[in-house]
Design a protein around this ligand. Structure first.
Ligand SMILES: Nc1ncnc2c1ncn2[C@@H]1O[C@H](COP(=O)(O)OP(=O)(O)OP(=O)(O)O)[C@@H](O)[C@H]1O
Length: 694
């Protein structure tokens, strides 16, 4: 059939579909005719929604509002798109929204919005027992006889014409069995009024009123388009709707100050953090700031939140901490000049004059270690005097620095600072320090009522203090989410040193939902002997107890005598997975240089690849390629770690102190652990068998 023929066929199908919808509407009008408690307008709205019952939705009409003496809830609608608590308005005047208020006939009706939100809370509480996340329960006001499409906070305002297409277009949150379970549950929690004689289950489709007028407020074409659109957008994952009871309790908990959620890799910390952000956004008038250290993660997490809770997504700001601090300074009119190239030069010059040939070289001749000492230990912890540094406990630094070493480090630090200030530039630590000063000087300068920090183990002391300064010890203000075992940068600090008290407000998650057992065992074997202290001061063993929720998986180890053979095996493994699996596949490398190398290899082999810097959480048809650092917080069905046990380039050469070398190895093991735990189903570990010392 030619293009014209198939277009004709599609038009025929569309007309047929619309005819069926109109027949369904007529049958629905017949079904709701006995709803005595309702006005004609409400009956018309109910008929429109009753049409959805042919598409897997359940409509509960005129229910008692539990906890009140005699109040009712007009409708509860449960379907693939979630739970909707519906208030129908049959107003004489057209509704409007002005300045954040619901208006009609020159009056405001904010009380109606408040009432609907309270009903929604009751429904949210009712479904907690089913572990349904609050993001799946939404308030909806429908205006009989009107055409409206607006929102006030989390409340959607739809006209009789718009409501059915809008609900058909909702993304899939509940499977058919879930719809049944949730609707049955709500039916019991919100009992029917006796007067309501409307069947709550779909009645057989029939058209008993053939002469029913064609309804101009029924948008059959809109419903057809919405159904097509909903089919195109892939169903979102189940976990976005159902949480473990422990996770749900954390999402809904009322914390009387800063709080901490920790737990081993894959235990759903980010899931809790995202649902918590959505929950808070629905309840507070202020904005929510969601930050991480890595700058690719906020994009991905923002995409997830928009998918699961579109009504609140515009009130949550996702950003990396450094990008946010830079913007904050600009907004406050504070000059800063971030210039990584020039600050690198400032350090090189300082090393030449204050590092090379000094006592520091006896511990590690590689300047990188000492640059980290300045970045993470001195500036990252906001140390400004030698006396503070002289007695500082250097968390996660394994080498012992005696006073002469510390004096030498301090001279290097001062040299660096002189050079940097001389060229008029700032490093990343300066940006955070400037932002902290500004936040402390002007409390309340930002619109945030809550701040959620994910992967908090990689933020510096100054960074965490900055976030704390934004919300202080306010109830539900600061939530720190992360896992000390997954720290991929040197140094560390204790929350108590930063004046952040999370005692009694800490929770550890224990069920791993991501990794197959074989994969988690292989990853834990890498860090089994590396006990660590978390930022809240809890000493933790490297091999941790976790409950596993996920099924079978496979770890493949491949050793080749040469790099060429190793790379050929990697390509063969990727080809074996095939193009369908590539979007769920990642190749992760230790360094950015290695990543570039593998990017060229994949390109030459004709395997499409995108870097994690380009990835924003939406599906793309290619293998993801990135460094271990960039992969943090993400997950893939298939993970490949080429040359994963190559000796680390720096810090293991001749003349390196044992403590420094040990610290390096520990850090590399943490990074490898993070990379390995990104894998859900299969993990490929490549090795090039180098000659000893090579
Ligand atoms: N209640 C749940 N039921 C089923 N799957 C879940 C549940 N909670 C989380 N998951 C799944 O577990 C995986 C890991 O979740 P998440 O990324 O939030 O863990 P995490 O603790 O932040 O991990 P990491 O620290 O390793 O980055 C995700 O695929 C998520 O979909």
């Amino acid at each position: 059939m030619g293009a014209g023929g198939s277009a004709w066929k599609r038009a025929q199908e569309a007309r047929q579909y619309e005819r069926e919808l109109r027949e369904q509407l007529r049958a629905a009008q017949w079904e709701v005719r006995n709803w005595e408690a309702a006005s004609e307008g409400e009956r018309q709205v109910a008929a429109k929604l009753q049409v959805l019952t042919r598409r897997g939705w359940r409509l509960l009409l005129d229910r008692r509002w539990p906890g009140t003496r005699a109040a009712n809830v007009d409708m509860l609608l449960v379907g693939p798109g979630g739970v909707f608590v519906i208030d129908v308005k049959n107003w004489r005047h057209a509704p409007g929204t002005a300045g954040g208020h619901l208006t009609a006939g020159g009056r405001t009706h904010d009380g109606e919005i408040g009432k609907l939100l309270r009903m929604t809370r009751t429904a949210e509480n009712a479904v907690t027992g089913l572990n349904l996340s609050p993001v799946a329960v939404q308030p909806l006001m429908v205006f009989a006889g009107r055409s409206v499409n607006a929102a006030l906070g989390t409340v959607r305002l739809l006209g009789e014409r718009e409501v059915t297409p809008a609900l058909v277009a909702e993304r899939t949150r509940l499977r058919p069995a879930d719809v049944r379970a949730v609707a049955d549950h709500l039916e019991r929690a919100f009992p029917a009024y006796e007067s309501t004689a409307v069947p709550s289950r779909p009645a057989p489709a029939r058209a008993p009123a053939p002469d029913a007028p064609d309804d101009v407020l029924f948008d059959a074409e809109g419903i057809r388009n919405a159904a097509l659109e909903a089919a195109r957008s892939a169903p979102i994952e189940q976990w976005m709707t159902f949480l473990h009871p422990e996770q749900l309790a954390l999402v809904r908990r009322n914390w009387s100050g800063p709080a901490r959620v920790s737990g081993p890799a894959g235990t759903g910390k980010t899931v809790v953090a995202l649902h918590r952000a959505a929950y808070l956004a629905a309840r507070t008038p202020g904005r929510i700031l969601y930050v991480t250290y890595a700058n690719n993660l906020p994009r991905v997490q923002g995409t997830f939140l928009r998918t699961m809770a579109p009504a609140v997504a515009d009130r949550v700001d996702f950003s990396s901490l450094h990008a946010w601090a830079g913007q904050f300074l600009r907004d406050r009119g504070i000059a800063s000049r971030l210039d990584p190239g020039k600050t690198e030069n400032a350090f090189s010059w300082a090393w030449k004059s204050h590092g090379r040939g000094t006592i520091l070289e006896t511990l590690d001749p590689v300047p990188g270690y000492w640059q980290e000492e300045i970045d993470y230990v001195i500036k990252g912890r906001g140390i400004t005097t030698f006396e503070e540094y002289a007695s500082l406990r250097r968390w996660r630094r394994r080498t012992n620095l005696r006073r002469p070493h510390r004096e030498a480090v301090w001279a290097l630090y001062e040299g660096y600072e002189r050079n940097r200030i001389g060229t008029g530039v700032h490093d990343f630590n300066d940006i955070l320090a400037l932002a902290l000063d500004e936040a402390l000087a002007h409390p309340g300068a930002t619109p945030y009522t809550s701040v959620v920090a994910d992967e908090v183990q990689d933020l510096t002391f100054v960074g965490v203090r900055l976030l704390h300064a934004l919300v202080g010890d306010a109830d539900n203000g600061l939530l720190l989410v992360g896992d000390g075992q997954q720290a991929v940068y040197p140094g560390g600090f204790r929350l108590s040193d930063a004046g952040i008290d999370v005692r009694g407000r800490g929770q550890v998650l224990r069920t791993n939902y991501r990794n197959a057992k074989e994969i988690l065992d292989a990853a834990l074997a890498v860090v089994a002997d590396d006990s660590f202290d978390d930022i809240d001061g809890t000493p933790t063993a490297g091999r941790r107890d976790v409950d596993l929720a996920y099924g079978d998986g496979r770890v493949t180890r491949f050793t080749a005598p040469t790099r060429a053979e190793h790379d050929a095996a990697l390509l063969a493994a990727l080809r074996e997975l095939g193009p369908v699996a590539w979007p769920d596949t990642a190749v992760l490398c230790r360094t950015g240089t290695e990543r570039e190398r593998y990017r060229r290899l994949l390109t030459r082999a004709g395997i499409p690849a995108i870097t994690l810097e380009q990835y924003d959480g939406r599906p793309v048809p290619g293998v993801k390629l990135g460094s271990y650092h960039r992969a943090k917080g993400l997950e893939f069905k298939h993970v490949h770690l080429p040359d994963h046990d190559a000796p680390a380039a720096a810090g293991q050469g001749d003349g390196t102190d044992d403590g420094v070398a040990r610290e390096r190895r520990e850090l590399h093991r943490s990074q490898l652990f993070v990379a390995m735990t990104r894998a859900r189903d299969t993990l490929w570990l490549g090795t090039v068998s180098r000659p000893q010392g090579g």
